[in-house]
Structures are given as structure tokens and as C-alpha cells.
Write a protein that binds this ligand. Sequence first.
Ligand code: ZSS
Length: 404
Amino acid sequence: MQTFGAFLVSFLAASGMAAALPTEGQKTASIEVAYNKNYVAHGPTALFKAKRKYGAPISDNLRAAVAAKHSLTKRQTGSANTNPSDSADDEYITSVSIGTPAQVLPLDFDTGSSDLWVFSSETPKSSASGHVTYSPSKSSTAKKLSGSTWSIEYGDKSSSSGDVYTDVVTIGGFSVKTQAVESATKVSTQFVQDTVISGLVGLGFDIGNQVSPRPQKTWFSNAASSLAEPLFTADLRHQETGSYNFGFIDTSLAKGTIGYTPADGSEGYWGFTATGYSVGGAQLNRNSITGIADTGTTLLLLPDNIVDAYYNNVESAEYDDSQEGVVFDCSEDLPSFSFGVGGQTITISGDLLNLTPIEEGSSTCFGGLQSSADIGINIFGDVALKAALVVFDLGNERLGWAQK
Ligand SMILES: C[C@@H](SC(=N)N)c1ccc(Cl)cc1
């Protein structure tokens, strides 16, 4: 039976460290610590790690400095903050730099579409009022993609269209030098009125791109071959700053293990199949749910039978025609909702399932879980994504989910 001292010495010797064996009965030991003369300190990286360790806010500038450092060491990565647009977490806003000199626009990252389009100097002034715009004429690196046009309609019937330039687009310190930037010459009312964003960054599969006659690649598709790993993660948060990380997985953002499941990109979306669900922490059933992981949709949209199974546990819940959804007393203590994916269970807490009062000051609230019956696809939107760290792994065509 080894004494502690003898164990310590043998352990340290095995690990190449010298040690002073305490004399019999002595309660202390000392070891030399070798100085790694090859380590090159990087202040911003040290600050980033300290802030991350203690949960302190990390500025865009600090993220960019760290990402830039890593990019210089050939492990190309990017890291961008993303913030909820309002108290209902309706959408998430991420700063994107376009052109030379950089023009910074607030954009909505959308894994449910595949076009990067922006309000621009070509958008009618009446429509662009209140929006930050991109002016290709003010960018020395902008080039018109002659003859190309685009037109897109989203699930909520919002739409936009226009022509196309290529320019340098930088997200989180990582630059794609020749990215298709779709300039809006026409935008629907929903976008005109949504002045907190100036366009979208489609993070879906390239097959979904709407440029004609030659569809263009998404920013992530262009970046993937240069990134340390061909993947990105979404860490969306309720009423606080989250992040999109490109080329690496920061596992410290999650509490649980990442479970992976195949992703189906054939429709342009990040499609996957959940393996069951439960309400209020009960055991998962085996009712599989095929849907998409969609950062561009606010809600969790599932079949009626699941929606009913959930709201049967909410005493005041009722369908409100005027709201086109289920509402309930804001004072309700909502049950959690869980789904299985990749061998893991993701649990959305009750408070994340209370989206917002139906109007300011109302005591009636709108549910974060609603029916997908008239949509045709099930959508794991922001309400679900906020409960997890989600890995969009293009290289392995899979989705990773870990409880936050
Ligand atoms: C895939 C999303 S739209 C998007 N994330 N760009 C969607 C499709 C259909 C409906 Cl009805 C509602 C939402």
C-alpha cells in the first residue's frame, strides 16, 4: 500500500515533474512547475476566457479580436454576439460588416432560408426609412453580379426582391471575400415596419437560394472550407446576449452532452426528427416529430395533438381567434415541454413557453407553443432553440443538441 507521498512522487515522475519526497510523517510536498517558453500570451484571449468562465458579458470587439487571432493561426473561426430584438424575443439581431470600408448592418440570421439580402441604397426611400442600408457605390470591393436577380417569399407571407452584388462580408471576425449580397429594390410591409433589422443572413442549405439565373452560395457555405470545422452553433438566449460561433463548438455554453442526429438539407432547411416528447417532466413518449431547426421563426410549431396535450395542463388556456393562437392567464405557472433528439432530452422551461402579453399591460399571454397544422412542417423555432446549444454541422450533415 503506497503512502500518499510515494504515490505523489510516482505520479509526478510519470508526468515528468520533479518532486521532493516528504520525509516520513511530513505533511507537505513541493514540485517544480515548468515554464512553457513556447506559449505566446494573447491578452484578449485571456480576457475572453476569464469573462466566459465567470459569465461576464463579452463585447463584439473582444469576440472579433479573439476570432481574428485564431484566424491568423490558421484555425479559422468566427464568433458574433446576437441579441433579442424585443421583450418577446421575436427575432435575434447580429451585426454584419459588408464592403470596404465596412458598412455594419443589423441582420437576422435565419437557418430556415438561404439568401443574404439587405436594405440598400436601391431600396425605395419610403421603404428604407428607419433602416440602416448598404450602399454598394460606397464600397471599393463591391461588384455588380450582372444579370442576376432574386425574389423570396417567407412562410409568414413577407417578401423581398432585387438585384445582386458581390462584396466582402465579415461576421464575428471571419471574412468571406466574395459573398453574394442581395440588394433589395422591393420589400413587403412586414420588413418596412421591422426597423430593428436591415435584412437576413440565410444559414440554410445552398439548394434553397433564390438568385436567378445562377443560385448563389450562403455565407456559411462559402466560409465552411476555410473554417477550423465546417459547422456553426446557435446559442440564443431569453432577454440576454447569445452568440453564433463559426468553426468551433464552445461546450461551456451548455450544461448537457451534445446529442447528434442526421440533418436533411434536401428542402434547404435543417430538417431532423425528434424521437418523442413529454409535458411537465414526465417520461418521453415515442411519438417521433419531423421538423426543422429554424432560428428565423419565433415560435415552436407542432401538430395539434401535441399542442392539445400540452395546454390540457394549463387551466386558463383557450384558442383566441383574434390572436390566431392559444392564450392563457399570464399568472399561470406553465409546465415544461421536453423533446428527445440524438439520445438527449431537451427541456423547455415553462417560463420560456410564455411568450408575451397579447398587448402591453394585458393579463392575457400568448403561448410560445402553437399549432403547425396550417403550415405543413413542424418548426423548432427560437422558443425551442433557446433551451439548447444547437450545432449545425454541415460537414457531417447532422444537428447537435445540448441542454443549456
Ligand atoms: C421556414 C420558415 S420561414 C424562415 N425561417 N425563413 C417558415 C416556413 C413556413 C411557415 Cl408557414 C412559417 C415559417
